[in-house]
Design a protein around this ligand. Structure first.
Ligand code: 2NL
Length: 342
């Protein structure tokens, strides 16, 4: 009875095979583990009459040895077939799997293009802190004591008395340049600025600005006009027209708003330019003599012009982006459209 069962198991073991790790594990569970058929033969020992135990034990040990020998054989077989298939799976002639190359953010691309245009005509780059004191953000720039920008609802103040705030423009960087350098000064200050505004399609509390400053002897309004005309043609195309509208800033006198002919309709009038044919790209003016003096520059000898533009605004006009919020949402469907830019 036992003899028959043991012979049957021996035959099974002799026939057993495994072609992969799963089949090998199935064999181990069936013939090696405690709960295997061989394990069961050992467990049955307690029901064998004492005088037969010796002979039975000998038979079961033979089966156990057989099962283990077979197991070693199968391990070697599975291992060698695995290493064989590994080396054949590697096909060096296949094209590489998709490499996901990112792109430059449209604001970065726009900033780089603006920098490139001004660097070519002799402007260098300047940077400064995003957290500013009252002097560099307001007072040196000729802001009167009661100016609305100094109010809590327009500016993010970190401390009051003495006032410390997130800079509201990068003019503060240019004040620092004038304090530390002698004319001639030709500098461009791109950077992040902060204003306490409700977020909408047209406004954000964080945006990017680039300001330019040129201070030397005999710098006049014609230099301002020609420099910005050159910029507009380089940025938007050589057919672009520029117009200056009288305006007011505390830090420039006279001051002018800079408009370019509408990119979409070419000046005929459409919904982007609200039928006027012109769109605003920034502000400009001759540096107020008070500002030069505040920064230690002799306003009798030196004059200068300055301008400021929103980088978001330039990018929106150049790429026909309708909503400011797209720049910060990081929706890949938006960003992917600029993937080719470097
Ligand atoms: C705008 C207007 C402007 C300036 C910025 C400036 C800087 C110094 C002295 C005088 Cl240190 N002016 N910058 C001048 C006129 C306009 O920005 O619409 N920005 C987005």
């Amino acid at each position: 009875m036992h003899q028959e069962r043991i012979e049957a198991i021996k035959r099974e073991i002799a026939k057993a095979d495994a072609g992969n790790p799963e089949e090998l594990e199935a064999y181990r569970i069936n013939y090696i583990s405690k709960k295997s058929v061989v394990g069961e033969l050992f467990a049955a020992m307690r029901d064998i009459p004492n005088e037969q135990k010796r002979a039975y034990g000998q038979l079961v040990n033979e089966v156990k040895q057989l099962a283990e020998e077979k197991f070693q054989e199968l391990i070697e077989k599975v291992n060698s077939s695995a290493s064989k298939s590994k080396s054949t799976d590697l096909d060096l002639t296949l094209p590489p799997s998709n490499i996901h190359v990112g792109g430059v953010h449209p604001l970065t691309a726009t900033r780089q293009r603006i920098i490139e245009i001004f660097e070519r005509i002799g402007f260098n780059l300047s940077e400064g802190p995003e957290i500013e004191d009252d002097w560099h953000n307001f007072t040196a720039l000729n802001f009167p004591e009661n100016h609305p920008a100094r109010e809590m609802q327009d500016t993010f103040f970190l401390e009051k008395n003495p006032d410390i705030a997130l800079r509201t423009h990068t003019s503060s960087v240019q004040v620092r340049v004038m304090e530390n350098q002698k004319p001639p000064i030709r500098t461009l200050s791109p950077g992040r600025v902060f204003r306490n505004e409700a977020i909408s399609a047209r406004a954000h509390c964080i945006f990017h600005q680039v300001e330019g400053l040129y201070v030397d002897e005999n710098v006049g309004f014609a230099d301002l006009k020609n420099t910005l005309y050159h910029f507009a043609k380089e940025m938007f195309g050589k057919e672009t027209k520029v117009r200056f509208r009288p305006s007011f800033f505390p830090f420039t006198e006279p001051s002018a708003e800079i408009d370019i002919s509408c990119q979409l309709c070419g000046g005929k009038g459409c919904n982007v330019c609200k039928g006027t044919g012109w769109v605003e790209i920034g502000g400009s003016g001759m540096v107020d003599p008070n500002v030069l003096e505040n920064c230690g520059i002799d306003s009798k000898r030196y004059t200068g012009f300055a301008f400021g533009m929103g980088i978001e605004r330039i990018a929106m006009l150049k790429y026909q982006i309708k909503d400011l919020r797209l720049f910060t949402e990081n929706d890949v469907r938006f960003l992917k459209q600029f993937r080719s830019m470097v």
